[in-house]
Write a protein that binds this ligand. Sequence first.
Ligand code: PRX
Length: 696
Amino acid sequence: NSIFNSSSLFFIRPPTTDPFRSQSHHLPPKAKAAAAVISDNLVFPDPDFSQQAHVPNFHKYAEMYKRSIEEPAEFWSEMASEFHWNNKWDQEQVYSENLDITKGSIHIQWFKGGITNICYNCLDRNIESGNGEKIALHWEGNEPSHHSSSLTYNQLLDRVSQLANYLKQNGVKKGDSVIIYLPMLMELPISMLACARIGAVHSVVFAGFSAESLEQRIIDCKPKLVITCNAFKRGHKVINLKDIVDSALSGSSQNGTYVGLCLTYANESALKREATKWQTERDVWWQDVVPNCSTKCDVEWVDGEDPLFLLYTSGSTGKPKGVVHTTGGYMVYTAATFKYAFDYKPSDVYWCTADCGWITGHSYVAYGPLLNGATVVVYEGVPNYPDPGRCWDIVDKYKVTIFYTAPTLVRSLMRDGDEYVTRYSRQSLRVLGSVGEPINPSAWRWFFDVVGNSRCPISDTWWQTETGGFMITPLPGAWPQKPGSATFPFFGVQPVIVDEKGKEMEGECSGYLCVKTSWPGAFRTLFGDHERYETTYFSAFPGYYFSGDGCRRDKDGYYWLTGRVDDVINVSGHRIGTAEVESALVSHPKCAEAAVVGIEHEVKGQCIYAFVTPVEGVGYSEELKKSLVLSVRTNIGAFAAPEKIHWAPGLPKTRSGKIMRRVLRKIASRQLDELGDTSTLADPNVVDQLIALSDS
Ligand code: PRX
């Protein structure tokens, strides 16, 4: 009964259950066509929307999908030929891959031998095709009263070229890494594009990470320079970013990685230059040097497989992993996914609330939209500042047509009440998007009904830092949606659901979500640790890329993501490794041992719940709790702070010393009648002690 017969995913036939055929029965009368029709938990697209969409129906999707799977080289070559390549890629071998660890080293290559530049394709190419005067970026500051600004494609190219020239003058060459530690100022995408223009590998570190985290990343990738700003405002708070950089750079040089240049943008609306701490031999004000550089900068032509960026992300163990994306495949994939999953048209105004410090900002604030020549809104502040209506104020101000955000924001705005939404017009909106975690059906409904006035399809995009771009996503207008389901795979993606033994399951099932063959946007390695790449992602289920997510496929073939199955916690769409938080806690002198689990949270999706055993002789106190939380804030960042510290005289361990997290999760979420079998614990009494301390 499934749309996809998973034993041969090449095969697509019309569903035998009815979602698509029944569409005709439920077609709204023309007069009511503005609102989509909801039936049996299926939300049918408005026929007028479908008619104008790139992919107007399931049939067209099925045809394109089938071709993308059966003839990937041809399919993706066609997509790639929309871009400028100085030299075509190897026509005989558009891609090459081995995803099967039992057959040797894992490798993925797309468009090898193709010579291109992603910055050129984002900017120069769009200018050459007559869009130089189109707005590329609108920047909206934290304060609604703050003067907003915009850059056309021509102006953006000038700014990028000036910075690229400055980097070149300072010895940055192809292959060198550059750390960018900036908030959502225009200078953040400018810096990314400037690196790409000269073939340097950028590594953006989210400006919410602490000095320790920044230092760790500096030591790992040894950048030629760090680009930052002196300070910025987020809501009511002023954050002195430069102080954090100072501390990270002094820490890294004590540990043998000396960075001799810190290019600092003077963000004087937050902090005056005079008030900024300065190291003359190392620090340079952006405004003193970059504007003096030429606005013409030749691009560095790179191979399709040359690295574009690395981005650190959390895993279930150890230190953060430097996910490496290369140029050609990532370019083609982010551009194509953006175009189809948001039904992008040149007249759209697009706003994604993500920060460029995360993959969403890389692929869908910067590269994907700019490759399509889109007009992008970049917002500096928090989405509910000064009040929960700010997003819709921005939507109306810029006439945003595509709005892409995270379920956590939807839930928090939903809690604040409809009036903050309905007081704004939002008439410009036509497509909504969601990313970062599963969107619960009630939040989906609110987003759809209240924000989108029941007329905007929602693209619930499932993907990961590692995948580079969307993997499972609705194509707006092409098929009915089910609130909470990411629906179907994007072109070229073959998801499979496997059981514990790695056996592919058919039809309706649930298990571990894997991917069978490579797609152009896939990451190629972990920086400096290809072995960890292979063991983390390709050894659990040989032959497949393992996502770390659980997933269910229903009788109609719709995919429902059910969350991480490893020790990764997803807090407000931010990925945090339990091991990282534990090691931050244990670094506290009064903490003997810590175990961290994720539990459900109404707004954040999940929150961090920490069990802590203090060192011998140290009593439980509120002060100690506070200082433990502080330890996580300074080691990782505020977004990773535990919601709750639960005192633990001991932790539930098996006789071999392994912590039984399953039991901790149940205690944390107060599901005490579901503790399960605890007889294999070395000391079963520990469980009672923990329960007794639940409210301490
Ligand atoms: O668990 C999935 C969840 O976010 C994880 C990836 O996190 P990260 O690499 O930080 O990238 C976030 C932005 C792409 C996934 O393993 N996730 C992301 N999008 C969805 C999702 N879970 C369910 N539905 C989604 N749409």
